[in-house]
Design a protein around this ligand. Structure first.
Ligand SMILES: O=C(O)CCC(=O)C(=O)O
Ligand SMILES: [Fe+2]
Length: 346
């Protein structure tokens, strides 16, 4: 067998225990959103609030995203990844333009066994021009669309629209669950920097050494993820730190709390570490939608939630600068640990 490039090799303590990769009944809550139409909003909000608090991960069913659209997205995505490398590289991501195709993602400075394609939900998105704190310059970034498959652009843009609709619904429920008026957080998404990622994990002959996605937390507000039937996603259970496989559930989305929601809620809801183990035989695809604020937003605990017993646990930070700094460190192997919200912990 070939040897594994050392960039992919996980430190011993982070290598997967292969005995535990079979999907089992994971206990991660499943929430039925069809109750939304029954005007039972408060009950649903409490259910979601509890899932955010106890797990930071849950699955949603009857979410209203057309199944036919989901299937189309998967089909064109698969066709794209099956193209020859030179075709995919025509829309390759660069240090300047972080959108498009990429095949050497570094999470936590270790290379992931995957390829990916990123696109913004707003075709023109404004972000800071550099990570430097004093540099006030902004720049506009745009999507890179491949020529093949020709219908990819339209299908992906339709999907982004559906994801935005669904995520605002979830945001309102989560906001209510915090005891805030449902629109309290919506304004932070003007000029949102949200994007969709298609993750494509080829089969990997080194399941004991490499990971499809190295352990990490998502930095935005919420992630809504579609995964196929192969499985491999694992979440670190809050109660005991065990890696729990997130069972593929047909037509469901996996939702997880991101760092921004952790800060807004002053840690009532916490983002949870997760990772992806590889499969030696089957390829796998997953499609996360990263719901993220506008670049100008200063992220800090929501004031109405604070009082004498609940003092702010974070100092404020600018979302745009955080996003740009983090994107650059995922792009290549860096000498230092990438930026984390822990750096703003009071
Ligand atoms: O592939 C998955 O199931 C999860 C991927 C993930 O965590 C990510 O892209 O942030
Ligand atoms: Fe993630």
């Amino acid at each position: 067998m070939e040897e594994l490039d050392s960039a992919f090799v996980q430190d011993i303590e982070h290598r997967p225990n292969l005995k535990s990769t079979e999907p089992v009944d994971d206990g991660i809550p499943t929430i039925d959103l069809s109750a939304l139409t029954l005007a039972d909003t408060q009950k649903l909000a409490s259910e979601i609030g509890l899932a955010c608090q106890e797990w930071g991960f849950f699955q949603i069913i009857n979410h209203g995203v057309p199944l036919e659209l989901q299937r189309k997205v998967e089909k064109v995505a698969r066709e794209f990844f099956e193209l020859p490398s030179e075709e995919k590289r025509k829309v390759k991501r660069s240090e300047e333009n972080r959108l498009g195709f990429y095949d050497s993602e570094h999470t936590t400075n270790v290379r992931d066994w995957k390829q990916l394609f990123d696109f913004l939900v707003e075709d023109r998105t404004v972000i800071p021009a550099s990570p430097e704190p004093d540099d006030k310059e902004l720049m506009t970034i745009t999507n890179q669309w491949p020529l093949y498959p020709p219908e990819l652009r339209e299908v992906f843009q339709e999907y982004a629209k559906e994801m935005k609709k669904l995520t605002f619904k979830l945001l309102e429920l989560i906001t209510l669950s915090l005891g805030l008026p449902e629109n309290r957080l919506s304004g932070y998404f003007n000029g949102q920097t949200s994007f969709v990622r298609i993750n494509y994990y080829p089969p990997c002959p080194f399941p004991h050494l490499a990971l499809g996605a190295t352990r990490h937390k998502d930095t935005g507000v919420l992630t809504i993820l579609a995964q196929d039937e192969v499985g491999g996603l694992q979440a670190k259970r809050k109660s005991d730190g065990e890696w729990i496989p997130v069972k593929p559930t047909p037509n469901a989305y996996v939702v997880n709390v991101g760092d921004v929601l952790q800060v807004w809620s002053n840690e009532k809801y916490q983002s949870v570490e997760h990772r992806v183990v590889v499969n030696t035989v089957k390829e796998r695809m997953s499609i996360p939608f990263f719901f993220q604020p506008g670049p100008h937003v200063m992220v800090k605990p929501v004031e109405e939630l604070l009082n004498g017993e609940n003092r702010p646990k974070y100092k404020e930070y600018n979302w745009g600068k955080f996003f740009v700094t983090r994107s650059r460190s995922d792009f290549k192997k860096c000498e230092v640990e990438n930026i984390q919200i822990q750096h703003f912990r009071l």
